[in-house]
Ligand binder design. Structure first.
Ligand code: IPM
Ligand code: MG
Length: 360
């Protein structure tokens, strides 16, 4: 039976980059026998403009019905003054929560062809291969109480709550351990157990879960130190597992080690392997509509989708090989450009990946 893929281009550069990723999927469908059905929906600011809500019921129904979701990006200055409950970001957070996508996998891999694009010295980053496993449906992003209240004195007070249950911590740690078993078997759990009781519990539960994985070498690091170590000596890490907010911050940092945030895909998975796939960069309103955004992170997100949700690892490998072949040719969007390379726009990059696919 064919698998259903829902694409949600969203805002900013979203439609441009998702367009290129859809081209890649269509090529796999037409030339390589990938059995899929694709539909498209609205999310984020685009959905707010068309339907008055960043996550319309119709989109949620399509998402529930799909085997996998491909998302571009949400948000932009146009919607920043809206009430927080209907801002584009709520569309994304709502999808994560409603679909139970608690496990966010964010690989940071340095393509050898791009070593010169990193702001760090090549010897510090060459060979980098880190996977950040970020908890995605709990923590301070969703904890209650939350909001801004006015005190009797008239002064306002803002509140957000960091909260994790043992089972939420246990299941994300196990995702990290399972994946690490297929890698270097090292997991660093990142917390702030010296200050926050909630993450003291995190550390305790991580240690308990690790007892079922005798081959895993589990270490612990405070988040401030982890941020420093990521830029000091990033190759010390294999898999990192952490809370929603720490993972948000550390994954941007890790992404930049690889030269461009425009290269990195992500997967957000539920307990049964259903997932939403998106580049880790945002909607980049400053370059939206200019045809210069790098589509490779979205195309590589399709590869993750094929591997984790569609059980089609051979197609995933095809895409990854095609991306690497395109980088070998020296074609570069502005974000990964370095001296001597050939400049390309969004469409040219997508077309090059499709040609490389056909040539593999
Ligand atoms: C991310 C983004 C989102 C997050 C925003 C857009 C809500 O920064 O996916 O990392 O904070 O999770
Ligand atoms: Mg982020």
């Amino acid at each position: 039976m064919s698998k259903k893929i829902l694409s949600l281009p969203g805002d900013g550069i979203g439609p441009e980059i998702v367009g290129e990723a859809v081209k890649v999927l269509t090529c796999l469908q037409d030339d390589f026998g990938l059995d899929i059905e694709m539909t498209e929906g609205l999310v984020g600011g685009a959905a707010y403009d068309a339907a008055g809500h960043p996550l319309p019921e119709a989109t949620l129904d399509l998402a529930h019905d799909a085997d996998a979701v491909l998302l571009g990006a949400v948000g932009g200055p146009k919607w920043e003054s809206l009430d927080i409950s209907v801002r584009p970001e709520k569309g994304l957070l709502g999808l994560r929560a409603e679909l139970g996508l608690f496990a966010n996998l964010r690989p940071a891999i340095l393509y050898p062809q791009l070593a010169a694009a990193s702001t760090l010295r090549a010897d510090v980053v060459s060979g980098l291969d880190i996977l950040i496993v970020r908890e995605l449906t709990g923590g301070i992003y969703f904890g209650k109480p939350r909001g801004v209240e006015t005190l009797p004195s008239g002064e306002r007070r803002g509140v957000n709550t960091l909260v994790y249950t043992e089972s939420e911590i246990d299941r994300i740690c196990r995702v990290a351990f399972d994946i690490a078993m297929k890698r270097d078997k090292r997991v660093c759990s990142v917390d702030k157990a010296n200050v926050l009781e909630c993450t003291e519990l995190w550390r305790e539960v991580a240690i308990k879960a690790a007892a079922d994985y005798p081959e895993i070498e589990l270490s612990h690091m405070y988040v401030d130190n982890a941020a420093m170590q990521l830029v000091r000596a990033p190759k010390q890490f294999d898999v990192m597992v952490t809370t929603n907010m720490f993972g948000d911050i550390l994954s941007d940092c890790a992404a930049m080690l690889t030269g461009s945030i425009g290269m990195l895909p992500s997967a957000s998975l539920d307990a049964d392997g259903k997932g939403m796939y998106e580049p880790i960069h945002g909607s980049a309103p400053d370059i939206a509509g200019k045809g210069v955004a790098n589509p490779l992170a979205t195309i590589l997100s399709v590869a993750m989708m094929l591997r984790y949700s569609l059980d089609a690892p051979a197609h995933a490998e095809r895409i990854e090989a095609a991306v690497s072949a395109v980088l070998d040719t020296g074609l570069r969007t502005p974000d990964i450009f370095s001296e001597g390379a050939e400049r390309a726009g969004t469409r040219q990059m997508g077309d090059a990946v499709v040609s490389a696919l056909r040539a593999v």
